[in-house]
Design a protein around this ligand. Structure first.
Ligand code: 5AD
Ligand code: SF4
Length: 444
């Protein structure tokens, strides 16, 4: 590759989970600290970071088509294109392969190594291509700059990696073993986020409820500390594993007012044979019992989950068990996916791979049931009074958008500003959002 002038502008495009969104923000901060500015909307950037997701096939393939598009659309008069960095889980999984397949890429950086991005950018400008896919995560966090400017709702990665090895999942290979960031670093980062304007913090981790400090205290301890921070109004956490839902964390939903009544607890399937083949280490029944315990302490909790249809060997009858579980829970919202064979995972070579048409049909039936329940949950909220954290302006004059405590999107018109926590009455519900009447502005 030939040398180019050092980049002056960047764009980070994040795909996939919220942890990638967090990583994308941190990469932007790192580049900002080097004096590189975000490219204005619609304008070409000198440096493009594709922060990729490897969880399903489509997500991974998208990277190569995106690279092709950047090269084609943004070739300059002198024949050069922007510097391209591939980050995230595709970078980790494919490493050198990306360099071979995509000559336009000059940096490949895994999710645990992106603190090295500034050096890599300097090398790329000199015409050198580099691959960084080291796994230890601790070095990364220590090397990142302080948080400066954030919206009212901010992410904070507290835990990374996964030791569960569900047989369909690439995460244990791309994000590595479970590690918990130290308590004091997290408290300091949370404080920084609050000072930078965050009113809500969502604690993130692939198995966020597996977080432990060095004296083995669980996530509820961290939540309790954050709840005592003046200025911070709301705390959430995601994503959790059913087996790590401890009594302490469940009780936090009763005892800590700032902990929002929302739990994302993936189950994946409703049939025990399938769950076993997935290596989920919980049954449908033990999962439902966890939800019972949570509902006992926080009856209004909004429940959310993830589902996979068409896992290898899943029969029609086994899929029906998933629908039964959905009926039994009454979810407020969910994510559901067709099984996607990921190279290197045990399920990819299992017998009984399910035909695409069968998966399509199962996904449609599942989503119809989930949409029905989501609408019912939203409709049942009509008439309730609650707070809304205002996140942005709506499409219409004087309209605002924000989130209810139950993570529903809510719109209302009236006197408000981004970052306000206002009191509303929910007045009407659709499948994806609710409208509300402003009771009185609660500027804080
Ligand atoms: N195929 C389909 N869905 C998957 N997920 C993880 N791996 C796969 C796969 N191979 C889903 C799971 C997980 C969510 C983040 O993505 O439901 O909870
Ligand atoms: Fe993947 Fe299972 Fe770990 Fe979740 S718990 S990240 S699905 S291996």
């Amino acid at each position: 590759m030939r040398p180019t002038p050092p980049p002056r502008t960047y764009r980070v495009k994040s795909f996939g989970c919220q942890m990638n969104v967090y990583d994308g923000e941190r990469m932007a901060e790192l580049l900002g600290a080097q004096g590189i500015s975000p490219a204005p909307e619609g304008e070409e950037a000198d440096l493009v970071v594709l922060n990729t997701c490897h969880i399903r096939e489509k997500a991974a393939e998208k990277v190569y088509s995106d690279i092709g598009r950047i090269v084609k659309d943004w070739r300059r008069e002198d024949g050069t294109s922007p510097l391209i960095a591939v980050a995230g889980c595709v970078a980790q999984a494919e490493g050198e392969e990306i360099m071979r397949r995509a000559p336009a890429v000059s940096m490949v950086v895994g999710p645990q190594a992106y603190h090295r991005l500034p050096e890599m950018v300097a090398e790329a400008a000199e015409g050198r291509r580099t691959v960084e896919t080291d796994m230890p995560a601790e070095a990364k966090f220590a090397a990142l700059p302080a948080r400066r400017k954030v919206g009212p709702s901010a992410f904070l990665t507290v835990q990374e990696g996964c030791d569960k090895f569900c047989t369909y999942c690439v995460v244990p290979y791309t994000r590595g073993a479970e590690i918990s960031r130290p308590y004091k670093d997290l408290v300091a980062e949370a404080q920084g986020l609050v000072e930078a304007g965050a009113r809500e913090i969502t604690l993130l981790g692939q198995n966020v409820n597996a977080w432990r400090d060095d004296t083995n205290r669980g996530l509820e301890k961290l939540i309790e500390t954050l709840a005592a921070m003046p200025g911070l109004a709301r705390i959430r956490y995601t994503t959790s594993h059913p087996n790590d839902m401890t009594e302490g964390l469940i009780e936090a939903h009763r005892d800590i007012e700032k902990l929002m009544p929302f739990l994302h607890l993936p189950v994946q399937a409703g049939n025990d044979r399938v769950l076993k083949a997935m290596n989920r280490s919980h049954s449908a029944d033990s999962y439902l019992r966890v939800l019972d315990r949570v509902r006992a302490v926080r009856p209004d909790i909004a429940l959310s989950g993830d589902f996979i249809v068409g896992f290898p060997g899943e029969t029609d009858a086994e899929f029906e068990d998933t629908l039964k579980l959905v009926d039994a829970v009454g979810y407020a919202q969910c994510f559901s996916f067709k099984y996607s064979a990921r190279p290197g995972t045990p399920a990819a070579t299992m017998d009984g791979q399910v035909a695409a048409e069968v998966m399509d049909e199962r996904l449609q039936r599942l989503q119809a049931a989930l949409n029905r329940d989501q609408l019912a949950f939203n409709q049942a909220s009509v008439g309730k009074r609650c707070t809304v954290l205002v996140e942005r302006k709506g499409r219409h004059e004087g309209q605002w958008l924000g989130k209810s405590p139950w993570l529903q999107s809510v719109h209302f018109t009236g006197e408000a500003a981004i970052g306000d926590l206002v009191e509303v009455e929910l007045t009407a519900a659709g499948p994806n959002s609710l409208s509300a009447r402003l009771l009185h502005p609660a500027h804080a």
